[in-house]
Design a protein. Sequence first.
Length: 411
Amino acid sequence: MSESYKKLSVMVAICLAGGLLVFEPLLSRGGPVPVASQVFEGKRHYLAQEILRRVFESKSPWELTRKRFSFYLNGKGFTATTTINQSLQAYLDRLFDEALGARSAIVCIDPISGRIVAMSGFDREQPFSKVWTQCLVPSASIFKIVTAAGVLEFYSMTPSSVFYFNGGRHTLYRYQLKDNKTRYTSEVTLKEAFSHSINPVFGKLGMKYLKREGLLEMAMRFLWQRSIPFELPVKVSPLEIKDDPFSLAEVASGFNRNTKITALHEALISAGIANGGVIMAPSFIDMVVEKAGEIVYQNKFYPLVRALNPKTASLLRQMMQETITKGTGRRAFKGWEKDRVLRRLVMGGKTGTIDSEDHRFRYDLFTGFACSRKSGRCLAVGVFVAHQGVIGRRSASYARLAIKKYFEMMQ
């Protein structure tokens, strides 16, 4: 572990002492952060991410997640060392070997450095697909993170801000977006609406407050419609926001199938929130050396974008914690307070569920974070499962298993 990483972990540990992560990153408030070069200066340090992406595209998922693998470029031999935790990777691979469904993926990231700890999954139709970066699925209610962040940051709302809605929690009809109050009208706080994923409340937030400009700005801060630098090709997460009120409500609540996301992108969202609003550039390659031992590529962790100011990130973490303790993630994390590993962690997350347009698949998503109160070490997780027919293990349950296994190994 590098000295700078140790210092960051100590800072996080101090902030966690009170039970809530309030890590202040090293950047000032602002928007996108210039991307730093990951390539050593000097004539022999010539491998860039663009070259690695082209070379690694032909490698199988199983090769790429080993501790080391070899490859050839222009007749020369190279060895790549990855950031993958082999024990966690093997554990997740075994879980997915037994999984049901059409396709699934999980990505685990160290939020402080951006290093990929594990990435596993499968696609029944395309067995050799890098499903972690190449499979786009509807982001569903994961997008509520964007909407919540927008009203917290742009309108100075708080988790205690009060809202009203009519009808069901998980439906979205035009009449539910009106402000009519009856004896059947429900009152909820923003934190409750977030943790229970209440569509009408988030529809109103998008339609009446953020509108197209606010939603688009916050979504792009969270990397929608933006290329993600990585040693593998990553599909760009698409987003379409029309100006009509109901379309705004659909996007803001995640009640649409056109807003999509990869598992890597999911994990980066929670990583940024855990890291005080700063999303670090992801990397799964630690270094690449020639056969003679010369280093030609080495990962240097660097900030990719400041998505949020630290205060907004802190408020979002509170709301995500509520999702696990009282909201839509409570069943998957039931009993965490008695678990010898999980009770020592600060955990938060957001769930999402939506059917495919032809109703063949039921997409189930989870993004979340966990941080040790003692060491300050953190893990961010992004998971999706495309259930087909029988509903198997859900994404939040995969996240719980991954978090527990990782921190068990760190003890």
